[in-house]
Design a protein around this ligand. Structure first.
Ligand code: C5P
Length: 229
């Protein structure tokens, strides 16, 4: 049976931690809006048939930029949380239950085509799906309210979740329909809530999420190095 792969990029966040006059996905980076890099990488993955971006209905920035990404689909159905934006996007794109949906953060703009291809290759026959992630390299501390170490956590078996997170459309819709809950900060946690175990596929550190203004210099350096090389 042929498999269909759809990339779904929630981009309806306001980037509250980042601050600034426009949401971080629209900041200029290497001559393009930050999110252009994200979307154009997904559009260059041959297996991906559709690239769909979910904006907030109030978005007043998207139309002021040139995107020139072939076939890019734009949905203005974002919700108040990431999970609601993904659920609304999923409902609007009307996939078949069996289609694979790769949900990817707009703000992970240094994603590489190779990382997406690795994820697809490792999960295409998986019964559940999974996500790119990185084994935690550092010693992990828990802080007390005074900013002092209250304990050191064993790092064995700890991973940092990245995106894309790849699940069958039907299962993902069912998992997200379980209602809002603060512990659902990514698609995998919604899938875990219905008793399934997403697979971890090792990604790379370049696929970090631009979260704070200080992250921009690193993203710019990575994108410029790729352009040059
Ligand atoms: O805020 P954070 O960086 O964790 O957001 C991750 C992704 O989810 C971003 O691409 C952001 O635009 C998106 N998001 C969304 N709708 C929201 C909140 C976040 O699409 N209500």
């Amino acid at each position: 049976m042929t498999q269909r792969f759809i990339a779904l990029v929630p981009a309806a966040g306001s980037g509250a931690r980042f601050g600034g006059p426009s949401p971080k996905q629209y900041l200029q980076l290497s001559g393009r809006p930050l999110m252009w890099h994200t979307l154009s990488t997904l559009a260059r993955v041959p297996a991906i048939e559709r690239v769909v971006v979910v904006l907030s209905a109030q978005d007043e920035w998207f139309d002021s930029f040139e995107w020139d990404i072939d076939g890019l689909e734009v949905l203005r159905v974002g919700g108040p949380t990431r999970a609601e934006s993904v659920a609304a996007g999923l409902a609007a794109l009307n996939p078949q239950a069996n289609d694979w949906v790769l949900v990817h953060d707009a703000a992970r703009c240094c994603l590489s085509v190779a990382a997406v291809e690795k994820l697809i290759a490792e999960l295409a026959d998986d019964p559940v799906g999974g996500l790119l992630a990185l084994p935690v390299p550092d010693t992990v501390k828990r802080a007390d309210p005074a900013g002092r170490v209250s304990s050191t956590l064993p790092r064995t078996g700890l991973w940092l979740a990245q995106t894309p997170q790849m699940f069958r459309a039907g299962v993902l819709a069912e998992a997200l329909a379980g209602g809002q809950d603060e512990s659902i900060t990514d698609e995998a946690s919604a899938i875990e809530r219905i008793g399934l175990k997403p697979r971890l596929v090792e990604g790379d550190a370049a696929n970090f999420k631009v979260t704070w203004p200080r992250d921009l210099a690193l993203a710019r350096a990575i994108l410029d190095a790729r352009k040059g090389g």
